[in-house]
Ligand binder design. Structure first.
Ligand code: FAD
Length: 773
């Protein structure tokens, strides 16, 4: 639904009041919650608190600062124009109880959320006093509106131009000395809230402070809003944004207080049937295809000896010096000639072991032999039958462990056929030629809601749509693709390629609604009322695993989620107004050994870091990253320090990171599971200098969906528990991908999407036949 601007009115020199048409958010939002606004395509995500709303008229209001980045861009937008993106309501509402006498303290744009809170508290029968402060009279935001409510309004201005002459803190002390309050609510700059929280202690007023200014993403995937609460690291967007003022570790937020001002600084046609759609076993189909005359003739053209004696055609790579200057893809891919030559190495084995290594059982020899005979269109068509994102997988799958790892050539001591590169070639060719593939029969079936738009969801949606279901994908971010869009960098997976494959999925009839957080924008119940009869949860596992070590709150310390999202989704690498604020760093340290860590390290080099060191607590052999990517990272000058783990981060007096202290490790003897665990080497400490540190240790599912769906059974580390058919504990709700497995791979997510699609089809068919009895 378009988010049209109904008003964008100046409140002061620095602030505007924005009213937006947003009926869903207006219906569900409450005081303390926020929305993420992206003014136009080139802008950053801007977290803004809801300051008023009308469920009846379908609008929400928010106050924003006009300076810097997205605020300046938002200020240019006119009434009647659409926002590029609006998501919400996010975060948890402040509880509206009958406290007695409540004191609300606000300043600047953040203070505006107190307007909605005051209205709600008054409705509950509370007495409300509001303390509003500003540098000068003109910046007492919404003062006239507050005045229209039956509350006691107290104002303070730093220059004495209105109300109490002095700071809000000074007036707070004065007020507390004379009156008693049962509840305190703070919403303003972090430093102001910290001081008032301290000053309130002697009066023993319990209270909450809203930390929504810390947020970037709003759905738990970047870790930018980390805050220590009662000795526990929390994410404000998930557990807050309001927290108990006595439990917030205000000192740990000190470095973030500077950072919040960063802006100012700077398919086959499947006939639907009542049963599970019949699908010929891939191995049988390949066997049958292998006997077709053209294929026999092709095999006979060259002997096996001739084929195995041909040299492997390596993927052409751009020179390292050129690569480091931009974010374009490292390899331009095979030319047609190179693809034909590499395809001719494939022996077209009678029992193709490569297929056994592919989780979605692509008929690998069939597609490769089609390339060899020059029928690229058919090759692409074969690939698409089992995988809705074959071009993506050709680029990012760990082929050395999967198809290529199972290729017969390995047993002959020869390099395997480059299946991934050939797959990428066939799909790139098809997209370039604009080839279309058959669409499903338009037999209308039930509505299915798919949550998230990563590979698991896109795979489930594509399959279900092919069978005639009416599928809507709900995605909380402003662009679809999940980690393929937010995490994997442009130089490995160009976004235009990803979007081209998503366009093909949409052509199947899949509708994608972005800016829609299921559990927040709408509940499961509401979606059911709208006619959705089954659900697939492919919400991924975006929540960063924090280290919980000293110095983690320092500026310049990023989670990989934040670092990569700023670069990929928000295009921080483009030097232009509105590009995401990111400290680029001269010396960057990345902690971890997976694909994410390698992506961060290579990104840092492209962002201009002179030195990038990857710190991993095991050895290269245990690194889960793709082998090719490790070797590209080395070529690009990324250093690797193995058997080392961070002990703490070191900062300067301004709250910026300057390095980390490390502990040497060694690998233990294999345990019962066969794993060799890293154990500390006594005394082996060292220091690594760095002005940016990226934690790429791993991620977990967020609790947004589990808390929105009572009865959803959750296992260890927040993973959704499912049966073999990927059914969750809630009837009609299925799940797969990282939300179930934790951080895994794209191809396993795609496999889960396919499995769940069949299970959903079976579930709905059963319901259909029961209700027709
Ligand atoms: P995701 O891709 O995480 O997608 C989940 C989507 O759901 C997100 O878009 C999220 O915004 C959305 N969402 C969440 N909650 C809600 C909600 N309540 N409402 C609406 N939408 C919601 N794997 C490989 O195979 N090869 C690689 O080279 C590789 N490199 C990687 C590099 C990085 C940096 C990272 C982080 C991961 C990498 N992986 C790689 C892992 C791979 O990307 C994931 O395993 C895969 O994307 C998981 O897919 P998914 O569909 O389960 O979830």
């Amino acid at each position: 639904m378009p988010s049209v601007i109904l008003a964008n009115t100046p409140l002061s020199l620095h602030h505007n009041l924005l009213r937006i048409h947003a009926p869903r958010i207006a219906r569900r939002g409450g005081a303390g919650q926020f929305v993420i606004v992206i003014p136009d395509e080139s802008s950053e995500r801007l977290p803004l608190a809801i300051c008023d709303l009308s469920p009846e008229e379908g609008w929400i209001e928010t106050v924003y600062r006009k300076q810097g980045g997205p605020g300046a861009q938002l200020a240019e937008r006119q009434r009647g124009e659409e926002l590029y993106s609006l998501t919400g309501p996010l975060g948890n509402p402040i509880s509206k109880e009958r406290w007695g006498h409540a004191l609300l303290v606000g300043r600047e744009a953040e203070g505006s959320l107190l307007y909605l809170l005051a209205k709600e508290l008054l409705k509950e029968g509370n007495r409300v006093s509001l303390l509003l402060s500003a540098p000068k009279r003109e910046e007492l935001l919404l003062a006239d509106r507050f005045q229209s409510l039956p509350l006691q309004l107290l104002t303070a201005t730093d220059d004495g131009s209105a109300g109490f002459p002095g700071t809000g803190e000074a007036l707070f002390e004065k007020v507390c000395a004379g009156e008693s309050f049962q509840r305190l609510f703070l919403s303003g700059p972090l430093e102001m809230m910290r001081r008032i929280a301290h000053k309130s202690a002697p009066y023993e007023i319990p209270g909450e402070a809203s930390l929504h200014v810390l947020m970037l993403d709003g759905t738990g995937m970047c870790g930018s809003c980390r805050v220590r609460v009662e000795d526990r690291l929390c994410l404000a967007c998930l557990e807050g944004p309001s927290f108990d003022i006595r439990k917030i570790d205000w000192e740990s937020l000190a470095p973030r207080m500077q950072a919040q001002d960063l802006w100012q600084l700077s398919p086959p046609l499947v006939k639907p049937s009542q049963d599970v759609p019949a699908q010929e076993d891939s191995f049988d189909k390949n066997r049958r295809e292998r006997e077709e005359p053209w294929r026999k003739a092709l095999r006979a053209k060259h002997s096996a000896k001739e084929r195995t004696s041909r040299p492997k055609i390596s993927l052409p790579l751009r020179p390292v010096e050129e690569r480091l200057k931009d974010f374009s893809e490292v390899s331009p891919g095979y030319s047609s000639q190179e693809a034909l030559l590499e395809a001719s190495r494939c022996l077209d084995c009678p029992t193709p072991s490569c297929m056994g290594g592919c989780p979605v059982e692509i008929r690998i020899p069939t597609f490769i032999k089609n390339i060899e005979r020059g029928d690229f269109k058919n090759a692409a068509s074969v690939l698409r039958e089992n995988n809705v994102l074959p071009g993506v997988c050709g680029r990012v799958c760990p082929q050395e462990e999967l198809c290529e790892g199972h290729c017969i050539y390995n047993r002959l001591g020869l390099p395997p056929v480059s299946i991934g590169a050939l797959q990428r070639f066939a799909i790139d060719y098809a997209l370039q030629e604009g080839w279309c593939f058959p669409l499903p029969l338009p037999t209308p079936r039930e509505r299915i809601a798919v949550i998230g738009s990563g590979p698991a969801s896109l795979s489930a949606a594509g399959e279900l749509s092919r069978w005639g279901y009416s599928v809507t994908v709900f995605e909380s971010l402003h662009l679809p693709g999940g980690v393929l869009m937010t995490g994997i960098p442009e130089f490995r997976l160009p976004k235009e390629r990803l979007l081209a494959e998503i366009k093909e999925i949409k052509r199947l009839g899949v509708e994608i609604q972005t800016d829609f957080v299921v559990g927040k924008t709408a509940t499961f119940e509401e979606l059911k009322e709208e006619g959705y009869q089954a659900f697939f949860i492919g919400a991924g596992a975006p929540k960063p695993v924090l280290l919980n070590i000293e110095g983690e709150m320092l500026n310049g310390v990023y989670s990989a989620g934040e670092y990569l999202t700023r670069v990929n989704l928000m295009k921080a690498y483009l030097a232009r107004e509105g590009a995401s604020p990111l400290v680029r760093g001269r010396k960057v340290a990345v902690i971890g050994g997976g694909n994410t860590a390698i992506d961060c390290a290579r990104t840092a080099r492209r962002l201009g870091a002179k030195g990038v060191v990857l710190v991993y607590r095991r050895t290269e052999r245990e690194m889960p990253a793709r082998k090719d990517e490790i070797s590209y990272a080395r070529q690009e000058g990324v250093e690797m320090t193995f058997l080392t783990r961070p002990l703490c981060f070191l900062g300067d007096s301004h709250g910026w990171v300057v390095g980390m202290e490390c502990q040497a490790t060694r690998l233990s003897e294999p345990d019962a599971s066969g794993r060799r665990r890293p154990v500390d080497v006594p005394g082996g400490t060292s220091r690594i200098e760095a002005d940016v540190i990226v934690n790429a240790l791993g991620t977990l599912p967020t609790p947004i969906l589990s808390s929105a769906l009572p009865g959803l059974s959750i296992g260890p580390e927040g993973r959704i528990e499912v049966t073999e058919e990927l059914a969750t504990s809630v009837p009609g709700v299925f799940a797969g991908g990282d939300a179930v497995r934790g951080g895994a791979t794209v191809i396993l997510a795609i496999k889960d999407g396919r499995t769940a699609a069949r299970s959903i089809h079976r579930y709905l068919s059963l319901h259909r036949s029961r209700s027709s009895r």
